[in-house]
Design a protein around this ligand. Structure first.
Ligand code: NI
Length: 237
């Protein structure tokens, strides 16, 4: 029993390092140390960063020791570079949501390369070299073009359509109804209602024993080695 407790504390420390230590990822061999009863889940936020909402969300996540993944629109990151830097510094995963939020389904290879590449180059210059995983806008990309994507792609398994209702209570209810271990939850940090919902969701699920980790951490905790050009919908792969 004490051993299980020790392993739990070890896992918790790894997560905290990931969250507070500037995005350290969990070592591949850390998976074996994670007790089976611990529940992990990932919040993802698209379309930001935005002043007045993203900063409030980052405050709330920090207070709660929760990590998240942000898929940034390049134009928005250019307008709010300090928010993007803060995400990285506070251990969140930063990803790419194209330069100007274009639909990649139906787009040509050249358009995809331009929209993804411009944003990626900007993030590497602003933050650091490294991988900026892609969430294609609307979760879609022209079939057959996946092989030109040089990073893993992330979709979602829980979508409360927060952009449509803009209603905090409805968003919270929709997420809690569908959330389970290894879920990837889709929200947008450009709406005040979604920020309020996200923090309520963190409070509720943390009380149920969930740990909020980045998508990269979630996959590694499940022993999944992320592959370039592959679309991931849950932490289980
Ligand atoms: Ni979007």
């Amino acid at each position: 029993m004490w051993r299980q407790r020790l392993l739990f504390l070890l896992a918790a420390a790894l997560i905290l390092l990931g969250c507070l230590g500037g995005g350290e990822s969990i070592p591949a061999d850390g998976t074996a140390a994670i007790p089976a009863e611990t529940k992990y889940i990932a919040l993802t936020f698209d379309d930001g960063p935005r002043q007045g909402t993203t900063d409030r969300l980052l405050d709330g996540l920090r207070e709660r020791g929760a990590c998240a993944t942000f898929f940034l629109v390049g134009e928005q990151a250019q307008a709010n570079p300090e928010l993007a830097r803060r995400m990285k510094a506070e251990g969140h995963q930063v990803g790419n949501h194209t330069w100007s939020h274009v639909r990649l389904e139906g787009a040509s290879s050249a358009e995809i390369a331009e929209e993804v590449g411009k944003s990626e180059a900007f993030l590497k210059n602003l933050l650091e070299e490294g991988e900026y995983w892609l969430r294609p806008p609307y979760g879609l990309i022209t079939p057959g073009t996946e092989q030109q994507i040089t990073v893993p792609m992330v979709k979602w398994s829980v979508d409360p359509r927060d952009w449509e209702s803009r209603d905090t209570a409805k968003v919270v209810q929709a997420v809690l109804k569908d959330a389970k271990p290894n879920s990837i939850i889709l929200l947008h940090d450009i709406y005040p209602t979604s920020v309020d919902a996200a923090l309520q969701i963190v409070d509720t699920l943390q009380a149920e024993g969930y740990w909020f980790v980045t998508v990269e951490e979630l996959l590694r905790l499940n022993g999944v080695t992320p592959q370039a050009g592959t679309m991931y919908r849950t932490g289980a792969g």
